[in-house]
Design a protein around this ligand. Structure first.
Ligand code: ADP
Length: 347
């Protein structure tokens, strides 16, 4: 706030100053004893503390009065009624200025946010109805065409391509919708009893076909001592589906992807790890991949499709349930993403 006051702010400030200073009232200023001071400032804790402090320093006490405005003065202030007034005025002016500037920027901000969130929610329902619905039909129709058996090999390849591309698109739209919902504060988390065996099996159902298509081997294991945990079934499933489909996507044909749930002896935490022996992630990117829209290869010629939102969502979903997600990876050797479910969530 080093900007000068605008003319109308100056006028308003002047009016405020006049109210406080009451320039037309006479000023009374006289020396007082500590006892008088305690009487005059009875109930004003801050002034009484100052009074005692000044008295202790041996300063001469005085009182400054103008109308109903009473102030305590002491020592160096004594000679400076004018200065005191000036300081008061400056404080009022500064407070007014700050308050006003803040109010203006807050109003502007809230207006901007209201507009933005309207646009956002319009966009959300548009995306929901206009994109998701037809896409779902395309996927279903491609599936029916594939299963009808009437198509020859070439037609089947085309239908397969239609089905695959539309599924990728639908996945991206779903990620986008989830991120937008979470930003709108509309992400509901339910904490229920979860059997990780169920969730891993369900994730296998989604990732399995992708793995087959990519000629990647998928294995899943849930250790027998893994207990039931409390969390959000849908979100945990989305976490594993996201990590699993990434693992398949970034692993060349012939590679392996493993989903494993174990109980960590030392802490009692439950760890669900999705590991692959694919392309790996350089250490300088290992934290950045959790940022929205970050992709190690974001060039137009990149070979991997995706929105760059998956891992941001994975982390948001994990944190919403009180879990954490970390990655360990060696470039060219593979990656392991671990969801840590704290012992406190073990049922
Ligand atoms: P998307 O997969 O849609 O690009 P994500 O947020 O899921 O977005 O992932 C961000 C980036 O992190 C990916 O583009 C990729 O560069 C990197 N990444 C994620 N998972 C793996 C993995 N298992 N192996 C190698 N790189 C990965």
């Amino acid at each position: 706030g080093t900007e000068p006051f605008t003319p109308d702010q100056f006028e308003a400030i002047e009016a405020e100053m006049k109210k406080i200073v009451k320039a037309d009232l006479p000023v009374e200023k006289r020396f007082i004893t500590v006892e008088e001071g305690r009487e005059i400032f009875k109930g004003q804790t801050y002034k009484l503390e100052l009074l005692e402090e000044y008295a202790e320093k041996g300063w001469q006490l005085s009182v400054y009065r103008q109308g109903d405005f009473t102030d305590l003065c002491a020592g160096p202030h004594l000679m400076s009624t004018g200065a005191l007034k000036a300081v008061k005025l400056l404080k009022v002016a500064a407070a007014y200025w700050r308050g006003d500037a803040q109010r203006d920027s807050l109003e502007a901000l809230s207006e901007k946010l209201a507009k933005e969130s309207q646009v956002k929610s319009d966009l959300l329902s548009m995306v929901n109805h206009e994109l998701r619905t037809p896409l779902t039909s395309i996927i279903t129709l491609a599936q029916i065409a594939l299963e009808s058996g009437g198509a020859d090999a070439e037609e089947r390849r085309s239908w397969e391509e239609v089905r695959k591309s539309s599924s990728v698109l639908l996945g991206m739209i779903n990620d986008m919708l989830d991120i937008a919902r979470s930003d709108a504060g509309a992400m509901a988390v339910s904490m229920e009893l979860m059997d990780l065996g169920d969730i891993v099996a369900s994730a296998q159902g989604t990732i399995g076909p992708l793995a087959v298509g990519a000629r990647v081997m998928l294995t899943t294991t849930v250790a027998p001592d893994v207990p039931l945990v409390s969390g959000d079934y849908e979100k945990m499933l989305r976490i594993l589906e996201n990590l699993g489909s990434n693992a398949v996507k970034f692993t060349p044909a012939g590679g392996t992807v493993a989903i494993a749930a174990v109980r960590e002896e030392a802490t009692g935490d439950v760890l669900v790890t999705v590991s692959d022996n694919g392309i790996g992630i350089a250490s300088e990117n290992q934290e950045r991949i959790f940022e929205r829209f970050f992709q190690v290869d974001s060039s137009a010629t990149r070979i991997y499709s995706g929105s760059g939102l998956g891992l941001a969502l994975v982390r948001e979903y994990a944190v919403a349930q009180g879990y954490t997600v970390t990655v360990e990876s060696v470039l060219g050797e593979g990656s392991a993403f671990t969801v840590r479910i704290p012992a406190a969530a073990v049922v």
